[in-house]
Ligand binder design. Structure first.
Ligand SMILES: C[S@@+](CC[C@H](N)C(=O)[O-])C[C@H]1O[C@@H](n2cnc3c(N)ncnc32)[C@H](O)[C@@H]1O
Length: 312
């Protein structure tokens, strides 16, 4: 007999949507994407969403992309891949009256009450195809999703197929490497912090994920031969409470909070990939120590690329 809680984990056709591990909830659709899909993780998405908006001066998209959406005199169709709770999708609907957004994700964790022109669907973008016709969308957005996509070049080609000629693609990915802001002497530095990130990259690599995707977005777009006018931006994101300017301080605080939630969220993934629990606990504890008490100014990077679907 299933409990009410079990029922919440099942789709209408009885397909299992979630499973639990180490007290966290995970998607049951894609074995590669091993970050949780629960309330704590949704809180992390929301902090990240606010962070990116700060970077874009309060907007959900960079200036030139915004102009494209504003200038459209017809109903624009937008796809948000890996929409999470749908913060970006709902905001875009609110901002642009003529925009209709479809958000796809592995799990049904989206807002229940949304504008009519905002639609959420369950789909694994890791699949061979996206479930939309050729030239269907005017704009495709994929943010912080590459750790769930094994063949990113194929994913870009699929986006090329479903975008209309002249349509826009916007990719945003946090770089999986970290930087200390100041140079430090050999042997010094936030070693616990770096070990944590090395472990994360190794686990992703072992799951078949290309961890270099964020720093190669432009090149990967070029290699599809489907996109033109490719632009790349790089945001240096402070981690913590040290920036002097008010705007950067807010960004630094948000990034600190995102990472504070990320550290324990990765424990199930590290364990599932065979690391002993004592080592995992120590790796996370050392990284937390560096995050909470670092003598070093930690810094991260956000990679952004946008382009136009070729017309011929
Ligand atoms: C880190 S969250 C980012 C959420 C949102 N895009 C944002 O930037 O705030 C990644 C989201 O992508 C989803 N995701 C990961 N791999 C996916 C895939 N292969 N297909 C569809 N969604 C995926 C996850 O379920 C999760 O909700």
């Amino acid at each position: 007999m299933s409990t009410q809680e079990d029922d919440e984990y099942l789709a209408l056709d009885g397909y299992k949507l979630f499973y639990e591990m180490q007290g966290r909830k995970f998607n049951a659709l894609n074995q590669t994407y091993m970050l949780p899909a629960d309330d704590e993780e949704i809180e992390r998405f929301n902090l990240f969403h606010r962070l990116v908006k700060w970077i874009f001066g309060g907007n959900s998209v960079p200036g030139p992309v915004q102009e494209t959406l504003q200038s459209g005199d017809h109903r624009a169709s937008v796809l948000d891949v890996g929409t999470g709770r749908g913060d970006w999708a709902v905001e875009l609907c609110d901002m642009f009256p003529s925009v209709h957004v479809t958000g796809v994700d592995l799990v049904p964790i989206q807002y229940q009450e949304v504008p009519l022109k905002c639609l959420f669907e369950i789909w694994d973008a890791n699949a061979h195809y996206l479930p939309y016709g050729d030239r269907h969308f005017d704009f495709v957005h994929a943010r912080a999703v590459h750790t769930g996509i094994v063949d990113y070049p194929r994913f870009l080609r699929e986006i090329g197929r479903i975008l209309r000629p002249g349509g826009t693609i916007l990719l945003i990915e946090p770089d999986l490497r970290q930087w200390p802001e100041l140079k430090f002497k050999h042997g010094a530095g936030p070693r616990g912090w770096f070990t944590f990130w090395e472990t994360y990259r190794s686990c992703l690599f072992a799951s078949g994920i290309d961890v270099t995707v964020p720093q190669r977005l432009k090149r990967l777009l070029e290699e599809t031969d489907v996109f033109e006018q490719i632009q790349e931006l790089e945001g240096e994101i402070p981690v913590g409470f040290y920036p002097i300017s008010e705007a950067l301080l807010t960004v630094g605080q948000l990034q600190w909070m995102v990472y504070n939630l990320l550290l324990p969220a990765l424990k199930p993934m590290f364990l599932a990939l065979g690391l002993p629990e004592t080592s995992v606990d120590q790796i996370i504890k050392d990284a937390q120590h560096d995050l909470y008490y670092s003598k070093f100014k930690l810094s991260s990077r956000l990679r952004i690329a946008y382009a136009i679907r070729r017309r011929n």
